[in-house]
Design a protein around this ligand. Structure first.
Ligand code: G6P
Length: 454
């Protein structure tokens, strides 16, 4: 397995350093898949700049750190990965930057990953490469190790061809991807977009989702990622988590309807849109600080990357305004927490929240939506979910919204607050079925089975 991040990252606390879980949906979905597999190796970055360090074990599998220098972090990670590819692949919500120095670093780091994996993989092994940081690796690895079975999975959306072809290095990236035997996408739309881009750029013929080029074939398939439902359900039933959930709920005012948002602080997540809708509902008297409260968790993320500082300022200003205008003494109407929380604490929050707000402008999947559903064993609770998430393809029973339509969003939030348990239960049952059918281990098994037959 190769992904930009290892499942754990190194953080310094005063004079000591410790390992903590890495952020994001990719790691939370892949970790249970690798867990307890002593033959498996995960190659990735340890979360701090530096040279390659000693391999170590996590959850019964091997982690092999790939070194990335401070300069490369700026050009490869903050630059090409997160200020070129991330915005471009999320419908150019902020303008992507195209810089040759960023591209050079992206190539160098991808070459390092390919060389590392080529050195680790046994003869004829299966290698699974993940996400937009490593799109050249399948091609580089194919050249170095034609004996390997190579899979690639994109965790984020693949944009419309018209957007993708802005990328000055569009051909190199496509050639990199086509080194894989199987390219996995979150949604059928992503798979279609990729095939259209391939045909446009290379002239290669695609039959169904099979791309033939230079005497090789690459299969493109849709594999929506799932979550570790067993772990979430276990936590949701644990006495400590249930007690903590009750404490949080009491501290917020048990008579108030609790709305919850849990996101990395990213401009793709639609946090501002959500706050605007909430503010207008309060201003119009359709909701009040007496009967409801919004908790917004915004996990710190990519603070050095263009666009992230701006969205943080905008969100924090809006939180201040809403609390200033509508809060009452001792009872803010928005609780905003710019912090990372362990899964136990997040589950306690999911358990106590009446309404979950997931309103991204674009999102590959959104596992938070699935985690909320997995916690609601009593079948209560309402999920307000953006149509522009991969999760909306499976969670059709959610209160689906267009985050660009502020009136529609307001109506949905108001309706969610007033939904009766009976109505909510029907929808939650249907969503729980979907989440429990397609779990992270089943997703991985489905992908790997297909890869074996490519
Ligand atoms: C998304 C991406 C992951 C990434 C995660 C966290 O889920 O698909 O590849 O690891 O965000 O972002 P970060 O930049 O902190 O790795």
């Amino acid at each position: 397995m190769a992904a930009n991040r290892l499942p754990v990252k190194r953080v310094r606390e005063g004079d000591t350093a410790k390992w903590v879980p890495s952020p994001g949906g990719l790691v939370s979905a892949l970790r249970p898949v690798m867990s307890g597999n002593p033959d498996a190796v995960w190659a990735g970055w340890a979360g701090v700049p530096g040279s390659e360090s000693e391999p170590f074990e996590v959850d019964g599998f091997q982690c092999h750190p790939v070194g990335i220098s401070q300069g490369e972090l700026q050009l490869f990670y903050e630059g090409f990965s997160n200020a070129t590819l991330w915005p471009l692949f999320h419908d150019a919500l902020v303008p992507p930057g195209y810089h040759r120095t960023w591209w050079d670093a992206y190539r160098t780091v991808n070459q390092r990953y390919a060389a590392t994996v080529a050195g680790l993989a046994a003869n004829g092994a299966t290698v699974w490469i993940h996400d937009y940081h490593l799109m050249l690796v399948p091609g580089l690895l194919r050249e170095a190790r034609p004996d390997l079975r190579i899979g690639f999975f994109l965790h984020i959306p693949f944009p419309a061809r018209e957007l993708y072809i802005q990328l000055p290095w569009r051909t190199q990236i496509i050639n990199g991807l086509l080194g894989a035997d199987l390219i996995g996408m979150q949604t059928p739309l992503g798979a279609d977009n990729l095939c259209r881009a391939v045909t446009h750029i290379t002239g290669a013929k695609t039959t169904g989702k099979l791309i033939r080029r230079n005497g090789r074939a690459t299969q493109v398939g849709t594999f929506p990622i799932g979550i570790d439902t067993e772990r979430i359900a276990g936590l949701a039933a644990s006495p400590e988590v249930l007690m903590r959930s009750g404490e949080i709920r009491d501290s917020l005012g048990s008579h108030r309807t609790v709305l919850l948002g849990v996101d990395r602080l990213d401009y793709t997540k639609g946090i501002e849109v959500r706050l605007r809708a909430f503010r207008e509902l309060l201003a119009e008297g359709r909701l009040s600080a007496d009967n409801c409260v919004l908790v917004q968790i915004a996990e710190p993320s990519r603070s050095q990357v263009t666009g992230y500082a701006k969205v943080r300022r905008a969100v924090e200003q809006m939180v201040g305004e809403v609390n200033g205008d509508f809060g009452v003494m001792g009872h803010p109407v928005v609780h905003y927490l710019h912090q990372s929380y362990p899964l136990e604490e997040l589950v306690a929050m999911y358990l106590m929240a009446d309404v979950m707000l997931v309103t991204p402008l674009r999102d590959g999947m959104n596992l938070v939506a699935k985690e909320y559903v997995a916690c609601r064993s009593g079948h209560t609770g309402v999920l307000v979910l953006s149509e522009f998430t991969g999760a909306a393809q499976e969670l059709r029973a959610a209160e689906l919204i267009n985050p660009h339509d502020i009136e529609g969003l307001k109506n949905a939030v108001e309706a969610a607050v007033h939904r009766t348990d009976k109505e909510a239960k029907k929808a939650m049952r249907a969503m729980r079925k979907a989440v429990h059918t397609n779990t992270a281990p089943r997703w991985a098994a489905g992908y790997l089975d297909r890869l074996e037959t490519c």
